[in-house]
Design a protein around this ligand. Structure first.
Ligand SMILES: [Cu+2]
Length: 67
């Protein structure tokens, strides 16, 4: 799945978001692009949108919905 995340400015931000999302049970990998404001997520089971939103917010960025 792909999600929109606002506020990423550089590779450091991408790494921060990636780490936050990959910490969620069920998310195998996350690849963030600050240029596209997008994160591609590979999950091994259903992950609630609320959990994703929370993780992104806690990392300091804005979750802007499923792309
Ligand atoms: Cu940055």
């Amino acid at each position: 799945m792909k999600i929109r995340v606002n506020g990423m400015m550089c590779a450091h931000c991408e790494a921060h978001v990636k780490k936050a999302l990959e910490a969620i049970d069920g998310i195998e990998s996350a690849t963030a692009s600050h240029e596209e404001n997008m994160v591609t997520i590979t999950n091994s089971k259903d992950v609630s949108e609320d959990l994703i939103k929370e993780a992104v917010a806690e990392a300091g960025y804005e979750y802007a919905g499923i792309a």
